[in-house]
Structure formats: C-alpha cells, structure tokens
Write a protein that binds this ligand. Structure first.
Ligand code: 2P0
Length: 321
C-alpha cells in the first residue's frame, strides 16, 4: 500500500486568482500554464492500518499539524477504497517551498498520483483532477505536461488537460529567485482578500475568459509574441487586483521589479522574451531555447537576484516507484 510519484511545478501564463466557491475550492476563472521540467516534488504515500493518524514529512521534517487539505485528499482515496487506514506522506521539493514556485501544485499532484497507485485504484483522469483541485486549485495543472488548460465546466466542476505536449513547442523558462523565504500571505488567503475587497475583482473575472481564449489560440498558432503580450498583461492584471485589495497585497520585492524592467529592455533590444510573477517575489522569464543563455545571463546580472533556475517544459505527474 505504498507508492512514490514525482510531479513538477507549473507556472500560469493566464492566472488563477479568486474562487467562486471557497468551501469546495472551485476557481472563479480558468487558467493556462506550462509545466516545468527541471524542478520537482517527490512524494511517497503509504497507507498503514497500524497508524492512528495521518502523518506528513516535508523536506525531512515531520509537520506538527497535518494540513486539513491533505487529510481531505486522503479521505477521498479512503472512501474510494473503502478502508480506514491512515497514511504517512513523505514529500521533498528540490526548490524553495511556499515561495511562489507552485510547491502546493506539484505537492498535491504527486500526492494524488501516489495515493491512487498505493491503493491500486486506477481512478480516471477526471477523478484525479477533482481530488487534486480540492487540495490546491493549481494542482490539476501539474498532473499534465507541456501547455495545460484548466477550465470551469458546465457541471459545476472543472476540467483540465494538455493543450500541447512539451516536445511540440520547446520553450525555456528562467526563474530569478529573489528570496528563499516563504511568502507572508498565502495564495488562498490573498485570493479571498482580493475577491472581497478589490474594486477590480469583478472586472478581472469578466475580462478573463477573453484572455484565456486568445492565449489558447496563440498556442495553436505558435505565436510566441502574441502569447507573451497576453501573458504579461494578464499577470499585471492579477497583481493590480492583489495590490488594490484591502490591506494591499504586494508580492514583489525591489529585485522583482528590476527583473521585470530587465526583461522589457531585453525585449526592446530584439530578444523574444516575456515575464510572469506569481504570489511571491520570484520572476519567471519565458523564451525560446535559442535565447535562454542570453536571458539567463541578463537576469543573473540584476542586483538582488540570489540565483537563477533554468528549465525546459516538463511532463505530467508520474509514478516512479
Ligand atoms: C496561478 N496562483 O494561476 C496563480 C497565480 C498564484 C498566483 O494558482 O487556494 O496555491 O490552494 O487553490 O493552488 C496559487 O494557487 O491556491 C495559484 P489554492 P493555489 O498559478
């Protein structure tokens, strides 16, 4: 009753920010992401009848109180398998945890894939998507590789799947790490604050679908420039909503903004590149493989950048043991 899975973080080009139902963790808007290839989460799940509670170890440390969302996901699997066994979850990230690098996405994606195999359930993709989503709204996207679309469906749920595999249109993603510290306001809390207090939240939701459709069309057309324009603007729209929440959410550091200006200058000089920023101070730059060294060198030279992580596009979550 034990299995190990690897899942990789994803970065949204068109962002998820806000929930339409926070109890059920249903997103207010769809999203479009790329799955990374070079950094990941490795998670082992072992169900054991001798345990009296679920236990979680993150990066070699046992957590004092198990996250309710992890228990909820495990409960869904116990229900399906009709067992009461508690589980030990052992998970490790090879990148900063909780610092705007989508550790909850890869964490929950690896958890559901491992739990499914540990209990030999072989659940369908739709069920795995649904269970992953109850853990973290961005987690279903890490179940898939390449370019991934997550949408609300007409059945009051979500659907998720790959739009284009990682090999079809190779990209490079360069992450400028400006802080290794966990963020002060979680995405979950930030989204709820924005939904209830930002005067721009309703416009964000109203205008979102047009961004999503246009971005999917640009992927189909392999139009890097158009997609970059849409993604960068959508990211800044998300941060405008966050910044106009009460109290304001400012996820950027000074170095984040320096990196953004650096990428804009680079683009002005003729390099096809764009950026995105999530609920943390790291900046993510996207370019085609031919330009990755130049983009990397440029971000490395920005004061305040601690280190740079380069990645290609990656695969969806998978069993390794
Ligand atoms: C995204 N983020 O689309 C956006 C951009 C953060 C900024 O998806 O509350 O940690 O667990 O469903 O999955 C972060 O969302 O939030 C996220 P919950 P989650 O990548």
């Amino acid at each position: 009753m034990r299995a190990t899975a690897i899942a990789q973080p994803n970065i949204a080009l068109i962002k998820y920010w806000g929930k339409r139902d926070s109890d059920r963790n249903l997103p207010a808007v769809g999203s479009l992401s790329v799955t990374l290839g070079s950094i990941g989460t490795r998670t082992t799940v072992e169900f054991d009848a001798a345990l009296d509670s679920d236990r979680v170890h993150i990066n070699e440390q046992e957590v004092e109180s198990v996250d309710r969302r992890v228990e909820k996901c495990l409960d869904r699997f116990r229900e399906k398998a009709a067992i009461a066994h508690k589980a030990v979850v052992t998970t490790a990230n090879d990148f900063p945890t909780g610092a705007g690098l989508a550790s909850s996405a890869s964490g929950f994606a690896a958890l559901v894939v491992a739990a499914d195999r540990a209990l030999d359930l072989n659940l369908g993709e739709d069920e795995l998507v649904d269970i992953a989503r109850t853990g973290s709204g961005s987690a279903p996207r890490s179940l898939y590789g390449g370019f991934v679309l997550l949408e609300n469906d007409s059945d009051d749920g979500i659907r998720c799947g790959s739009v284009l595999g990682p090999e079809t249109w190779p990209w490079s993603i360069i992450i400028a790490v400006t802080s290794e510290a966990p963020k002060k306001v979680s995405s979950t809390d930030g989204m709820e604050l924005s939904r209830t207090t930002s005067p721009y939240f309703s416009r964000w939701v109203e205008t979102h679908d047009a961004d999503l459709r246009a971005a999917v069309a640009s992927i189909e057309d392999r139009d890097f420039e158009k997609l970059g324009e849409l993604a960068e603007r959508n990211c800044l729209k998300m941060h405008a909503v966050a910044m106009t929440s009460r109290p304001p959410l400012l996820y950027w550091s000074g170095a984040t903004l320096e990196c953004a200006q650096n990428i804009r200058e680079l683009r002005k000089s003729g390099v096809p590149v764009f950026f995105s920023i999530d609920a943390g101070p790291q900046l993510k730059a996207f370019c085609l493989p031919d330009n990755s060294e130049e983009v990397r060198d440029s971000l490395e030279s920005v004061p305040g950048v601690l280190r740079v992580i380069s990645s290609e596009l990656g695969e969806g979550a998978r069993i390794v043991e």
